[in-house]
Structure formats: C-alpha cells, structure tokens
Design a protein around this ligand. Structure first.
Ligand code: GRF
Length: 209
C-alpha cells in the first residue's frame, strides 16, 4: 500500500511531529513526511525535520502584507509537495476561511482537551479552572470554526486536585504522542472515513465497527 503523503505545520517544540517521525521510522506508520513548515524561525520542529532529512521552511508572517498573503505562501509550499493531508502539530495560528477553502487537502489538528469542551488557547488551564475530573486530547479535522471539526479519535486522562497546567499538559501530551500516529495510520489504511459531521472508524475496536 502506498504511503499517505503529509505536510506538517508546527510553531514550536514539535514533540507531536517527533512522535510521528518515530512511528514512521519504527515501521508502525505508513506515512511519508514530505515537508515541515513553521511560522517561527527557531521552532524545534524545523530542527527535528532537518535531522530526518525532511524539507523544512520558515515562512515569516511579517514578510507578508496581510494574513491572506501569508496563508497563500503556506498554501503554495504545501501544493508543491502534492500531499494527501495537512497535519497541524502545535501550529499556533487560527486560519481564515480563505485558507481552509484553498488549501486543497483535508487538514488535521490535535487539541489538548476532550472537544467540544475547552476549545482555543490554554485548554489545560481551562479544564483545571472548570474542575473537570477527566480531560484528554482530540484529533479532529479542521473546519472553519475554532477546534470544531469532525472528531477522529480521543483519549482520556484523569485530572487530579494537585494538577497544575503543566502537570496536566504533560499527562495529556503522553496520550497525544500515541493518538496522532494512530489517527494517521487509520487514515492511511482507509479506516477513518469522514461522513458529514461524523468520522466513521472501521474495526480497531473503536466506537464503530
Ligand atoms: C500540543 O499540546 C497540542 O495538543 C497543541 O499544541 C501542543 C503542541 O506540542 N495543539 P508539540 O509542539 O507537538 O510538542
């Protein structure tokens, strides 16, 4: 089976990118990482890509007259690589509808809460402040809203009374590193099928058979 071609957008540390790279290298993930693009010059994600010999680019938002021009620059790079999916891995910008309509491929994101609870920034702090007993992470498709697209997979973690934003973020992150590669593998096997608002998962003991 041919690999799923993906591009990754990341702004920072890139630990989710690394989890994807590690799973590819271990032969557990049938994905071909074509390019990594960042809006931050010193993003560790770019270094991680370079270490793997993966093409990587910094696109400086300040060089563009407006958001649409910056997004067009991103789209132009992504299109060159003829990918099947765009994977957001800690990309700290909200796209305009222009981007979603023109990028030409489905876009995936991972968010550190059980959506639809706690969308947007500081999801872990929101969960602690609300007093929930469980939080987690969600891999979902992007639509024109904020963290509102169809959900592919979720993982649950407990929230303890002594948790800080940081301890909860760490616990969730461990699950993120398992969940994103799993979601991508399901997509590469054609086992995650988006039907309107819902994503049907075939087999694998998920909620649907
Ligand atoms: C993760 O917590 C992810 O859920 C959120 O941004 C963070 C990225 O971390 N979207 P990393 O850059 O992958 O380490």
């Amino acid at each position: 089976m041919s690999s799923l071609r993906v591009a990754v957008l990341a702004s920072g540390r890139g630990s989710n990118l690394q989890a994807i790279i590690d799973n590819i290298n271990e032969g557990k993930l049938n994905v071909s990482l074509e390019v990594v693009v960042s809006d931050k010059k010193d993003a560790q994600a770019l270094t991680r890509a370079a270490e793997q010999g993966v093409d990587n680019f910094w696109v400086n938002p300040k060089e563009y007259i407006n958001k649409e021009a910056f997004e067009t620059a991103l789209i132009n790079i992504i299109k060159q690589y003829k990918v099947d999916y765009l994977v957001l891995a800690g990309f700290m910008r909200i796209f305009s509808p222009h981007f979603i309509r023109n990028v030409g491929v489905p876009v995936l994101n991972i968010h550190p809460s059980l959506l639809p609870s706690f969308p947007g920034l500081h999801a872990q702090r929101q969960a602690i402040d609300y007093g929930v007993r469980y939080s987690g992470c969600t891999v979902h498709f992007i639509d024109e809203g904020v963290d509102s697209g169809p959900i592919i997979l979720q993982a649950v973690v407990p929230v303890y009374s002594w948790d800080t934003e940081d301890t909860l973020a760490q616990r969730i992150l461990q699950e993120e590193h398992l969940l994103y590669p799993r979601a991508l593998q399901l997509l590469s096997e054609g086992k995650a099928i988006c039907e309107g608002r819902k994503v049907k998962i075939i087999g694998e003991g998920e909620n649907d058979e």
